[in-house]
Design a binder for this molecule. Structure first.
Ligand code: SF4
Length: 219
């Protein structure tokens, strides 16, 4: 980026991509349902822990809504233990499964307009905007920008936001400054997570950061 050129969400994306390269198939999961339940399992924990719980479910053959709904919650909770908060996550998974069953399954959600699907997911007990948008972007391939703590931190340090704005304010800001492309949003989120876990940590490693030359608020 030339000196003096304004930093925008799109230039930040290009800088991240130049630094870290493409991030194909970043969210693990063999199908949309698996990705959707992974979005609940990874709440408040690292993906590695969620992956262990997901593996337990798969090993037990619990790979669709009706199988989960027909399993005693205590048994389900035992499978979810590695993901932490397993009693709460059991209830949240069951809420999601009940919602999907009443809507005709996750593939039926794919046919809905984005705003309708988003409103529906947000009506499910235990699904907030970040989880809903995880499901929309990675399970349903809808162009919605995920705002997580890593995104807030990077946008604040890059001078693009304060970082404490309401969720939808930041989401809409990003969406208004980017082409509405699902693949771009998927890759952008993956790049932000990678960057936050390697350089732009809570205590940032600015001297080793690939974006240091462009960052206006390096510490
Ligand atoms: S220079 Fe520092 S604050 Fe800026 S993006 Fe890199 S790690 Fe984060």
């Amino acid at each position: 980026m030339a000196s003096g050129e304004k930093i925008t969400p799109l230039t930040l994306y290009h800088q991240l991509r130049t630094a870290y390269g493409p991030q194909p198939d970043w969210w693990p999961g063999e199908n949309a349902f698996e990705i959707a339940i992974g979005a609940i399992l990874t709440q408040n924990t690292r993906w590695q822990n969620a992956a262990k719980a997901l593996a337990n479910l798969k090993q037990a053959g619990l790979t669709d809504s009706s199988a989960l709904l027909n399993t005693p919650p205590t048994l389900l909770a035992a499978h979810l233990k590695p993901a932490g908060y397993y009693n709460i996550k059991t209830q949240r998974l069951l809420h999601l499964c009940r919602y999907l069953e009443t809507r005709g399954g996750i593939t039926a959600l794919q046919a809905l307009p984005l705003t309708t699907a988003r409103t529906g997911l947000l009506s499910v007990n235990g699904i907030g905007p970040e989880t809903a948008d995880d499901i929309l972007l990675y399970a349903l391939n809808q162009p919605v920008f995920i705002i997580d703590l890593y995104t807030r931190r990077l946008l604040a340090r890059y001078g693009l936001a304060n970082g404490d704005e309401p969720y939808d304010q930041l989401r809409i800001y990003m969406e208004q400054h980017l082409p509405a492309q699902t693949a771009l949003y998927q890759e952008y989120h993956a790049l932000i997570v990678h960057h936050a876990q390697h350089s732009c940590k809570k205590q940032p490693h600015c001297s080793q950061c690939a974006l240091q030359a462009h960052c206006v608020q390096q510490i």
